[in-house]
Design a protein around this ligand. Structure first.
Ligand SMILES: *[C@@H]1O[C@H](CO)[C@@H](O)[C@H](O)[C@H]1NC(C)=O
Ligand SMILES: *[C@@H]1O[C@H](CO)[C@@H](O)[C@H](O)[C@H]1NC(C)=O
Ligand SMILES: *[C@@H]1O[C@H](CO)[C@@H](O)[C@H](O)[C@H]1NC(C)=O
Ligand SMILES: *[C@@H]1O[C@H](CO)[C@@H](O)[C@H](O)[C@H]1NC(C)=O
Ligand SMILES: [Ca+2]
Ligand SMILES: [Ca+2]
Ligand SMILES: [Ca+2]
Ligand SMILES: [Ca+2]
Length: 297
């Protein structure tokens, strides 16, 4: 039986191993004495630099093909060709333990790929030089939730006519989360619900979410000229990460109020002795609208 004894810094870190005899590669390489064993491991991205991923001498069962002395004399190397990913890993020449030697950032290494697969080849040679093996190694990198949904700016400002129709939509920018699957952006919500504005979310053909605000009920600048909403974008990771967008909404005045006298009835007693052209009454009126809509003549 086969036992894993490494301890991993992340609790979620898991390691699976599959080994299969890959004869086709043996034929392709067409070298005498070459044995190709395919091994695969699964690691989380962003594991601590230097984390041991596997032990090639042990995991390949190559000891079964060699005398104890030959097995002990094996020297291991990572072949730098043809794998671009070889530079991310290092192997102990004597023990065959291989580890990361760089940051393994899934978002950087596999930006547009859901299945993030790294490849490298390890060679093992006996001291006598008579036995030479190459082991193709596959490393699947699993996503962790290390990116928050992010809006391109912290706040946007929108101006609406105060008589804007109910259900009119107000476009807002969307958020981006570079993680995948449940760690990617899942939903949008308003931090504080509003009785004047709602949030609706539609889906693009590519399944990405499009958030939109809409007018939920009639607005009136004379009641409230300015609103501030906070749109929250959430991913589905554990713990859940979020990003916020502040939306400033300013209502533009519409001439929807007639001028009004402050009193509906005026009464004045004019005596016979009142001189011509003297002021007998001050009429006062006001208009709730703004600027030219509120100016009286
Ligand atoms: C190596 O040994 C383990 C444990 O016996 C076994 O599960 C695995 O299939 C073996 N791999 C090869 C390539 O023989
Ligand atoms: C990772 O560790 C190796 C030494 O094992 C070092 O050379 C390398 O610079 C380190 N990389 C990072 C990103 O820390
Ligand atoms: C929104 O209003 C806040 C103050 O309430 C301000 O700090 C922010 O800059 C405004 N955003 C825009 C885009 O005007
Ligand atoms: C006008 O005169 C009448 C009768 O004298 C009086 O009842 C009323 O209060 C006066 N109104 C004003 C605004 O002075
Ligand atoms: Ca990452
Ligand atoms: Ca990630
Ligand atoms: Ca995320
Ligand atoms: Ca108005």
């Amino acid at each position: 039986m086969y036992h894993w004894s490494q301890s991993f810094p992340r609790q979620r870190s898991c390691l699976r191993l599959g080994i299969s005899l890959a004869l086709p590669l043996l034929l392709v390489l067409n070298l005498p004495g070459v044995l190709a064993l395919d091994m695969s491991y699964t690691i989380d991205e962003e594991i601590v630099n230097g984390t041991v991923i596997g032990d090639i001498g042990r995991d390949s069962n190559v000891s079964r093909l060699l005398s104890q002395d030959d097995f002990r004399s094996l020297r291991y190397d990572i072949l730098s060709y043809p794998d671009d990913d070889a530079a991310l890993f290092a192997i102990d020449r004597v023990t065959g333990k291989f580890r990361t030697r760089a940051r393994i950032d899934r978002e950087l290494l596999c930006r547009y790929v859901v299945r993030c697969k790294l490849s490298l080849h390890v060679s093992a040679r006996t001291a006598s030089g008579q036995q030479f093996y190459t082991f193709p190694i596959t490393i699947l990198v699993e996503d962790i939730n290390d990116n928050s949904p992010t809006f391109s700016s912290d706040s946007v400002s929108v101006t609406l006519d105060e008589d804007v129709a109910v259900l009119s939509s107000i476009p807002i920018p969307d958020a981006v989360d570079e993680d995948i699957k449940e760690n990617a952006l899942q939903r949008y919500t308003l931090a504080v619900p509003s009785d004047k504005f709602g949030l609706k979310v539609t889906r693009n053909l590519d399944d990405s979410l499009v958030p939109q605000l809409y007018v939920k009920s009639a607005l009136n600048r004379e009641d409230q000229p300015f609103y501030q909403l906070t749109v929250v974008a959430l991913d589905g990771g554990t713990p859940q990460l979020s990003g916020e967008l502040q939306v400033n909404i300013t209502l533009r005045d519409v001439n929807d109020n007639p001028p009004r006298f402050l009193q509906s009835r005026y009464e004045v007693n004019v005596t016979e002795t009142t001189p011509v052209n003297s002021r007998i009454l001050k009429l006062e009126a006001e208009d709730a609208d703004l600027g030219i809509n509120g100016r009286l003549r």
